[in-house]
Design a protein. Structure first.
Length: 208
């Protein structure tokens, strides 16, 4: 059981979060204010970009995270204008995701927790994403879940099949209709991914 971060005299909590579940490494610092508002103090990121069509492998992605994590932690503190002593807790993505990159970020989070004597808080990647809209709009229930693969996984497969770079938002002008699968309020992306993989083998490449 992880102890909750201690509240400040003003009731605020300042948390550092380390995300490294795939090819993007990020270290953000957020202030949760006692009045219910949230301030993003910093959020520097570094993306592991591979040649088009190659995708990113766990081992090489982990090496990327290990090479950049210290610099990004320092950049996050500098951007937020905070010292480690002013943090209340260290959060990290504990899963799901790619094993080796996850471990690289988790080891760093645990090291900082011990070094700075701060509580360590593990966060489920998917639950965190699902709960973010609830935090932003004050809703009491989730809108929907994906019932198979994550949308990011679907997009990564699509990029590999069409030999697109995984550099964020490469853009495009040619579009095709895709099957839309819904079960209640939940969505499925595995069918979309399979459709794309099959069609890409037979349809001539179009200019993007």
């Amino acid at each position: 059981m992880i102890a909750m971060a201690p509240l400040r005299k003003d009731g605020d909590v300042i948390a550092m979060g380390i995300e490294g579940s795939a090819n993007k490494l990020a270290v953000g610092i957020i202030r949760y204010r006692a009045d219910g508002e949230t301030d993003i103090l910093s959020n520097p990121r570094k993306t592991y970009i591979t040649p088009p069509g190659q995708g990113f492998l766990p081992r090489e992605t982990a090496w990327h995270h290990q090479n950049h994590i210290v610099g990004i932690v320092r950049a996050s503190l500098a951007e937020a204008k905070l010292s480690p002593q002013e943090l209340d807790c260290i959060c990290y993505t504990k899963g799901p995701g790619m094993g080796s990159p996850l471990r690289s970020a988790a080891v760093c989070a645990r090291m900082l927790s011990l070094l700075w004597h701060k509580p360590l808080v593990g966060v489920n990647h998917c639950v965190g994403r699902g709960c973010l809209p609830l935090l932003l709009d004050g809703a009491v229930e989730r809108a929907f879940w994906t019932i198979d693969i994550a949308v990011g996984n679907c997009l990564d497969r699509f990029a590999r099949v069409l030999e697109l770079s995984n550099d964020p938002s490469p853009g495009g002008k040619t579009f095709i209709e895709l099957p839309y699968i819904v079960k209640g309020m939940d969505v499925s992306f595995s069918g979309i991914s399979t459709f794309i993989e099959k069609e890409a083998r037979y349809v001539p490449r179009l200019p993007l």
